[in-house]
Write a new protein. Sequence first.
Length: 345
Amino acid sequence: MISATPVTPDQALPHSAASAASWVDDNWAGWLSAGLRIVLIIVIAVMLRAAVRRTITRLIDRMNRGAEVAAGTTLGGLLVNAERRKQRSQAIGSVLRSVASFVILGTAALTVLPVLQINLAPLLASAGVAGVAIGFGARNLVTDFLSGVFMILEDQYGVGDLIDAGVASGTVIEVGLRVTKLRGDSGEIWYVRNGEVKRIGNLSQGWATAVVDTQVGAGEDLARARALIVTTAEDMAKDSPWDEKLWEPVQVLGLESVGPESVVIQTQAKTMPGEAATVARELRWRIKRAFDEAGIVLSGVPAATTREPGSEPVEEEAAASEEEGDSGGPAPATPAVPPPASGQR
């Protein structure tokens, strides 16, 4: 009868060590080959990413230098905004660099996984399901991002432009891929999502039009009023800084409306972009002052009359005193008549 003798751990250790050594000897070549392939893929991806990003940066710098050279000329200074083009090109360059990095590194990661003997089929299926779920949940975010990219590529507006975005209006202080920041007329800051903007009205491109309506009494000489407006506009165009803000001579278009007591004379001027409101205010100011000096009635109301100290009161003050006395109010004091001198009756 043969008795089974138990195997001690000391006797099993050499067999396990030998198996491990044999397993390492059988697989070390595959490990080394896989490791070298992974290192090679990573090195190629990093070098390709650096080369692409450097190329994009040089392209953006060349665009900026071209904008600066064009802005140095007389005509280019009016047509090219170097700072705006620089910000636009930097935003485009940032988007292109991010896209290039994502594509290159993502491709490298998908190439490394099969080397590690990881099956990509379940991973890609899970990524597809997750992508659909994220797409439904973050559709507004994707819409904002895509809208921001096309707004920048099409140069719809830039920093410093006065725009009307529908949901808000103001001066652009920052253009992002998802949100555009506007400074309102009262100083408030509006954060407008790019996906919510359905239409854009840019008031800072090309030129602007200042329109001034002047109400003149129906009984006034319209030819004289027209000539006075033209003279006032010509004097304004000679003064600084209005000589730069006015791009064409001011035109008196004619009567905008006619009423029983007043008529409206419409004046139009082509100005620099974004300067229409400033020019219109200054032109109104000058027209009002010129009409007051000429005694032309505005809106059916008599022009204000001034008097020097010690002169006789104006007719309006006398009429007001008479009305106050007739209404039962305190009558004006009658100066005392001195007694007649001797020899006079």
